[in-house]
Design a protein around this ligand. Structure first.
Ligand code: KG4
Ligand code: ZN
Length: 351
């Protein structure tokens, strides 16, 4: 491994602008996050143009603030790492341009980072003792996958969602229940106060009909669940039958967590992996964390989950993975383009 090094991390792929300073891939000196949640809440989701404009407004002051908080000068930086994709094209562009400007002006390397790989690597940022290989369940607003992690630049996706991502399902049900945006954290808060057996919602692509050696063993589907919840809620509303929002939240969360946990455990077993990690915004879910923690303990496996602030979008994970890629010699050119679609574990398009 190379000399101790400070990496400036930049994240702007969706609705948070974040700047971090991280040494050696795990020592976080600052990790500032400027959230746009309030700005998008009234639209019930992220409006791309609004997101880009807000990134432009906040990014430069945020860089200055992060540098000041970390008490670092430009000469202390070994490299600047930025999210290259996947994400909203216009939003990504803002962070990319800031990173390029810093790289060019200060003459330091530019490192383009995959946002999904960085979510996964947040586990290693939080816990330097964690050693690959491990299995990671990646559950965010846009993605749901099972990934075998062999190293920072060696990841293999073995399962993915065929329709909605888990976080997307949470947000859609949140909207249906008038809980505001994003729905995930609110449903997670309401669920413990409800009965998870009040409604029997479907577990997509799970159960005995989908054994570990079947083609869809590690794939996910949440659109059937979403439709089932909508039907139940609309039926109750139309016929004036009262229902408890907490019961819907608990039953929905039970269905999501059941599928995610079942498939993760089956994949770890099938691939002989005894270390299981979770990553992405939905990894902040208390129900999912405690269920997987319990299941891993029962199998004698190690379970890793990043602290809450490293689960949702942040730049510390970008700087953390950026450090590893920098140490392995990755250098990107100022011609590097943002890439809105970039499956985890695949090479980015050139340049
Ligand atoms: O990773 P992330 O911050 O952004 C993306 O890259 O997508 O994930 C955001 C997603 C949203 O869908 C949000 O509802 C969900 O993560 N989320 C949660 C929780 N906290 C955030 N879902 C369930 N339970 C939570 N506690
Ligand atoms: Zn994310």
């Amino acid at each position: 491994m190379s000399d101790p090094a400070w990496i400036l991390g930049i994240e702007s792929s969706c609705d948070e602008t974040s700047i971090a300073l991280v040494r050696n891939g795990h020592e976080i000196r600052s990790n500032l996050i400027s959230s746009q949640v309030d700005l998008h809440a009234r639209y019930g989701g992220v409006v791309p143009e609004v997101a880009s404009r807000r990134h432009i407004e906040v990014i430069s002051p945020l860089v200055a603030e992060a540098m000041a908080q970390a008490q670092l000068g430009w000469e202390d930086l070994a490299a600047v790492a930025t999210t290259r994709g996947p994400g909203l094209a216009g939003a990504l562009l803002v962070g990319m341009m800031a990173a390029k400007a810093i790289s060019w002006a200060r003459g330091i390397p530019l490192i383009g980072v995959n946002h999904l790989a960085a979510h996964i690597w947040a586990n290693k940022v939080a816990d330097p003792q964690l050693e690959p290989p491990f299995l990671c369940l990646l559950v965010s607003g846009g993605h749901t996958s099972l990934v075998i992690v062999r190293g920072p630049d060696d990841m293999l996706e073995i399962g993915r969602t065929r329709d909605d991502a888990a976080g997307e399902a949470y947000d859609k049900i949140g909207r249906l229940l008038d809980l505001g945006y994003p729905g995930g954290p609110v449903i997670d808060r309401l669920a413990p106060g409800g009965d998870p057996r009040a409604f029997d919602f479907p577990r997509g692509l799970a159960g005995p009909g989908h054994p570990a050696d079947s083609a869809d063993a590690f794939d996910f589907s949440f659109s059937g669940l979403k439709t089932a919840v909508r039907r139940v809620v609309e039926r109750h509303r139309l016929s004036g039958i009262p229902f408890r929002v907490e019961d819907v939240a608990a039953s929905f969360q039970a269905a999501v967590v059941d599928v995610l946990a079942q498939k993760t455990v089956a994949a770890a077993r099938a691939h002989g992996l005894e270390v299981v990690a979770i990553a992405g915004g939905v990894a902040a879910n208390r129900g999912l964390r405690s269920r997987l923690e319990r299941e891993c303990a029962a199998s004698g496996w190690r379970f890793s989950c990043p602290p809450f602030e490293l689960c949702t979008d942040n730049a510390a994970m970008i700087a953390g993975l950026g450090y590893e890629l920098w140490a392995r010699g990755q250098r990107d050119s100022l011609d590097m383009a943002a890439t809105s679609r970039w499956p985890v574990g695949t090479a980015p398009p050139s340049p």
